[in-house]
Design a protein around this ligand. Structure first.
Ligand SMILES: Nc1ncnc2c1ncn2[C@@H]1O[C@H](COP(=O)(O)OP(=O)(O)OP(=O)(O)O)[C@@H](O)[C@H]1O
Ligand SMILES: [Mg+2]
Length: 234
């Protein structure tokens, strides 16, 4: 199945052609590494896929109902956003539902409420949707991901804009993983990430990008190689 297709896409910035009849297909389950020199247009491609940037000519299609999460190269948020607010923005749909549910409860408790039955029905439907979509697990999931990525509780109340590049990336990683997306777009996510990574993959491009040591498991034994997949092969 094709999730995302870019056909003959072109994009100009101030008269300079950044993308020239660019074609790309992303099929379900594929893991593609997009490489190229600085300024060649890699981030531009991701910005177009997420509709943050228009393209000049061509055709871009995204399969219906796909949940796309995007880990940006230099994420910025409103200056008063705390780390916790950034992470919990992964649940904006559920938060919207929670606000609606509270609003309905307020309306139902009014002494002069005239359409109680209808409101009750709406409340019931919304509440079960909220539960099915994991509304009651927001705190648990947030705690778990913070633990996993070693985001300390004391960091949660800091302003996002005061974090270092690497810290911002870690927080963004938490946010996009919590969104539980069908497609993950990662723009240089690991350049700034200072933490430890143990990644299991068959994908040599992926391993080449992130690894400074490769461990091979064969017949129950581990062998260590310093360097990425290519140096392991030599
Ligand atoms: N909004 C914009 N307005 C004008 N020019 C832009 C805009 N966004 C990007 N560009 C230009 O388009 C070119 C491609 O930028 P882009 O950010 O896509 O490159 P990149 O491949 O992601 O580079 P890097 O490896 O440095 O992240 C650059 O020359 C950049 O200056
Ligand atoms: Mg870029």
């Amino acid at each position: 199945m094709i999730d995302i297709a870019l056909k003959e896409i072109s994009k100009d910035f101030g008269g300079e052609k950044i993308l020239n009849t660019f074609n790309l297909e992303l099929k379900t389950g594929e893991r593609i590494g997009l490489i190229g020199r600085n300024g060649c247009g890699k981030s531009t491609v991701l910005n177009m896929v997420t509709e943050k940037l228009p393209y000049d000519t061509g055709e871009l299609s995204v399969r219906k109902n796909l949940k796309i999460s995007y880990l940006k190269q230099s994420p910025t948020y409103q200056s008063d956003f705390t780390v916790k607010m950034v992470i919990q923005s992964a649940f904006s749909r559920l938060s919207g539902m929670a606000t609606m549910i509270k609003q309905l409860e307020r309306e139902m408790s009014e002494p002069d409420c005239i359409n109680l039955e209808k409101l009750l029905e709406e409340h019931g439907e919304l509440s079960s949707k909220f539960e099915v979509e994991g509304g009651y697990e927001i705190t648990d999931k947030t705690d778990r991901i913070c633990q996993g990525l070693k985001i300390d509780h004391s960091v949660l109340n800091r302003l996002f804009k005061t974090l270092s590049g690497g810290e911002k990336t870690t927080v963004e990683l938490a946010r996009v993983l919590l969104q539980n997306p069908d497609i993950l777009l990662l723009d240089e996510p690991l350049l700034d990430f200072k933490g430890t990574i143990l990644s299991v993959s068959h994908d040599r491009y992926f391993i080449n990008q992130i690894a400074n040591e490769v461990i091979e498991l064969e017949s129950g034994q581990l062998t260590h190689y310093i360097g990425n997949y290519d140096s392991y092969k030599q």
